[in-house]
Design a protein. Sequence first.
Lengths: 74, 209, 487
Amino acid sequence: MMLSTVKPGTIATVAALATNNDAIVKKLLAMGIYPGVEIELERRFPSYVIKIGRSRAAFDQQIAHYIYLRPCDC
Amino acid sequence: MNCHQCRHTCHPNPSKRRPPWWRWSRKQKLPRSFHLPQALPKIALVGMPNVGKSALFNALTGSYVTVSNYPGTTVEVSQGQTVIGEQVVSVVDTPGMYSLLPITEEEKVARDLLLSTAMNLVIHVVDAKNLGRMLPLTFQLIEAGLPVLLVLNMMDEARHLQIHIQTEPLAAELGIPVLRTIAATNVGIRELKTTIASYVYTPQLSATY
Amino acid sequence: MSTLLSYPQPIEQAVAQIELILAQETERLLPPHLPLSYRSLALLLLQDDRGLWQQLTVSDWAYQQIHAIIENMQQQLGESPVAAIARTRQQTARQLEQSVLSEPATTQITIAERLHQLTVNPLTGFPILLGILYFGIYQFVGQFGAGILVDAIETAFETYVSPVVNHVTAVLFPWQPIQDLIANDYGLITLGIRYAVAIVLPIVATYFLMFSLLEDSGYLPRLSLMLDRLFKIIGLSGRAVIPMVLGLGCDTMATMVTRTLETKRERIIATFLLSLAIPCAAQWGVILGLLSQRPLALLIWAGFITTIFLVMGFLTAQLLPGQKADFFIEVPPLRLPRLKNILLKTYVRMKWYFWEIIPLFLWASVLIWLGRLTGLFELIIQGIQPIALWLGLPAASAPIFLYGFFRRDYGAAGLFDLQQQGALDGVQLLTAAVVLTLFLPCIAQLQIMIKERGWKMTLAMATFIIPFAFVMGYVVQRSIHLLGVNL
């Protein structure tokens, strides 16, 4: 499932970053978003806001399409 | 396109920074190509945006650089001086960087500084409560063979969240010194200066003359 | 080398090979004494670091070898080396963090956390945003800074300083031109210093105080994420909100900050909009003061400039080729701003700004003096007069546009003087305000534009902006007359 299709409040594990855009991959990696990591989707509007560990990041729908999730390991 | 890029490499281009004729009372800022005083030992502050680098810079040098809680407001490299023991040391504050592999121009500025200038000490400033997310950059700096010191800043916020960090095992594992600070209120700065001292009192300095 | 990290085997193997090649290239490698280790350089090259490729000079042989190694590694690895390397580092980092860091099992919800939710929830977030704009910007900067403070300082200056300066100069220098250089209508002190200290300083100081407060509290990234969707329409991302908001303080500073935008396209659009439709604090402060007696004119001005901002942004985004901007930003926790920090930031920005403008204001005074003395200004002003008349403005407003060339706020301050004399009616004030807002940025901003975007781009923008500003002034003036609106 894509991050852009799950409900706010979902906690899930990142399965893949599906884009060829290097700059975006590098940014996501730098924030600690990579396969195997657990994230929580806080909201989808006006921007996507996710929580990862003790940090938080916001991004647009386009980037949310690139993040594939699988049910949380927790 | 090409020309646009070449202006951002580390090649000095002093002509660009000459103050215009009508500007008679302007203090010279450090150019984007970095002309640091040759003889002084140099230390650089690096780290992700929003970890208190500029606050630490202020605490160390006593000079005023804007302190920001917004990622990406330090766009220029600021340079100041501090006295460690009896040694005057040049301190450079860099724009925020996430990794040695730059994405934005600011990150490239920070990386190119490390690539072009030999530093006596590189201080990696991290937000203590987000240690895990910031360690990858510490690894990269160590990998690069740079003399690295890790500073766990914003300890007050970490403490507020009841986060405790054992620095000794961390230092042992990384093989570099690890210190705690609260730069905004000058906590831990004296210890930091003591540690810096051992890096800047090196005999190789006189050899460069 | 560090034993801390070991990457997947294909990467380690490739790194070792590239290290060897780099070591053989030492003689040719430029720059010769790189402070970074070969291992580090090899890892960067593996991750396709184009900037590094541009800076390293290696032989063709080495170049080809390294590329072959990278290709081979990629086949074996089966995924992006950037991802594999980052994952190794992050996993090691997490393990290390777990071994040294302890935290409470349950995290209590703090006030900062609740506030964060309020600021990003559209239901509460947009009202908060509007509240900040209304109270922080309109009330504090507009009414207090540009109104009360400017009035107080202006009056004090006119009452205590100007007469003394005029008198002393008249006594000391019997020669009229020297008197005019220092005092009287266009003197260094009575015009240059007065504009800078009495009109510009209070407005800019209150604005920077507000901006620093927002910055220190951590609100700005939230502002970005709230407005990202809106900014996408004009070809920008939420990240560009910051330069735009900073531009409402000082466009020069803001143009410099466009460097934090990620694509060249975004930087061009932002620079263009900053120079066209974002008035700096000194400018909108003065205009607010001018139009405060005429709320309808103020509303039309604000609406018109906002429309131009959106429409021109939209059109530029349509016309300019290139990739659309992505939006990704780290959102730090909200925190109680520290007074010391805020004052320090405001002080630093003020200092920067002041040293930037004082010389310009003084030089402008000197140039105006010289221009008037030689009669050159008369000539230029005569050239502008037809345009002013075409816009339905009195001939006496022509100098404002000339001064506007030196600084937009200088022009606005001149408008302020003219209005004080009661020389302009509502439509004329509105027309002049529109033209001055859209008009070419001040000299300092122009310089930064050239530095950041290059000559050609700046020239192209200027060539568009100058006629556009006048034409838009004309459009406003004609429309108001045709609609028969009474301002």
